[in-house]
Design a protein around this ligand. Structure first.
Ligand SMILES: C[C@@](CO)(OP(=O)(O)O)[C@H](O)COP(=O)(O)OP(=O)(O)OC[C@H]1O[C@@H](n2ccc(N)nc2=O)[C@H](O)[C@@H]1O
Ligand SMILES: Nc1ncnc2c1ncn2[C@@H]1O[C@H](COP(=O)(O)OP(=O)(O)O)[C@@H](O)[C@H]1O
Length: 291
């Protein structure tokens, strides 16, 4: 295999509870991840000069050394017996950056999955997830590729099967710093741990759950508050991750598309379906089958 094109899907945190804080400052979370059908696209072409090149159409350029795609590829190079193996990578960016839909983490995970194949490394999913965790807390979820109830700081996973609803995701066009939210003194940090996580994930009792970052993010960013207020006129709605994106849940694509048509022009938005198997894994399996 010399070429591989894979999606890097978005995620939503259908809820996000903060249940404590560790001595190192990191927060203990309980959160439900589901993938979306909207994705960045990454095209990988094997080269034999040992160099990793990235060609990105991203509207917000990132220095190569900071790009999670480049960092993921670099993290795999020590596992390559043949030091002449490199990759030319083309990124088509569709996901809003730093919006709580996980685009950077997903790009990193797709890079790990693709180069594991192209460089024939045969690293297990657990090994790839461990390499990914060093790049970001959400990377392992994208590497495993299954909707997940996660506990701790990105290290305890239970497969989940939330309803594959349709979502209208709205980006209020502001940037929220994850680190700033987690450092804030007003962030609630003591939500009780869920007694029986699997029950909550399979029947999607998520309306009874919440996102502990939502109130603080809304109070610091009036644009997020007003986007959420607008969405709530249409359907149950919530913040994803630490924002800035907010989402509303609909039973049908038509309902979500209808609300999108009425989106005020100061926001950006898209409609996508929630899926419990990552589109990256579906595409990888198809590529391997047609080999
Ligand atoms: C909380 C989530 C939920 O999906 O938010 P989003 O980034 O998606 O909005 C993520 O796990 C975020 O993951 P990621 O964005 O990779 O965060 P990291 O780079 O690992 O951490 C950024 C900063 O947030 C704080 N942080 C992050 C995760 C965590 N469980 N506790 C923390 O206190 C730390 O101060 C850290 O330095
Ligand atoms: N390929 C990439 N795509 C998006 N963001 C990236 C990428 N590489 C590095 N980053 C950095 O990671 C940060 C978090 O990215 P992203 O995953 O989009 O945010 P979030 O976790 O809030 O959804 C961005 O603000 C950006 O600085």
């Amino acid at each position: 295999m010399k070429q591989l094109t894979l999606p890097a899907p978005a995620k939503l945190n259908l809820f996000l509870h903060i249940t404590g804080r560790r001595d190192n400052g990191y927060h203990e979370l309980e959160t439900l991840f589901q993938f979306l059908t909207i994705a960045d696209t990454l095209e990988f072409t094997l080269n034999d000069d040992g160099v990793i090149r990235l060609n990105s159409d991203s509207p917000e350029p990132i220095a190569l050394a900071d790009n999670l795609i480049y960092r993921a590829a670099q993290a795999l190079q020590p596992y390559c017996a043949n030091s002449k193996l490199g990759a030319d990578i083309k990124l088509t960016k569709r996901l809003p950056m730093g919006g709580g839909v996980g685009g950077g983490s997903s790009d990193a995970a797709t890079t790990l999955l693709a180069l594991n194949q192209l460089w024939n490394l045969q690293l297990s999913p657990s090994k790839l997830a461990a390499i990914g965790l060093a790049l970001g807390a959400d990377v392992p979820v994208f590497v495993h590729g299954q909707a997940t109830f996660a506990r701790g700081v990105g290290e305890q996973f239970l497969p989940a099967t939330p309803k594959e609803s349709w979502y209208l995701v709205v980006h209020p066009q502001v940037h929220v710093s994850t680190a700033e939210i987690f450092q804030h003194s007003d962030l609630p940090r003591s939500t009780a741990k869920l007694p029986e996580p699997t029950r909550h994930c399979s029947d999607l009792a998520w309306l009874e759950l919440h996102n502990d970052c939502e109130k603080l993010v809304c109070s610091l960013n009036p644009q997020v508050a007003s986007a959420l207020e607008w969405l709530l006129k249409y359907a149950p709605s919530r913040l994803t991750g630490t924002g800035a994106c907010v989402f509303a849940v609909f039973s049908t694509q038509q309902q979500a598309e209808q609300a999108l048509r009425e989106l005020p022009e100061q926001y950006r938005g898209f409609v996508a379906q929630g899926v419990n198997h990552s589109p990256a894994h579906v595409a990888l399996a198809q590529a391997l089958q047609s080999e």
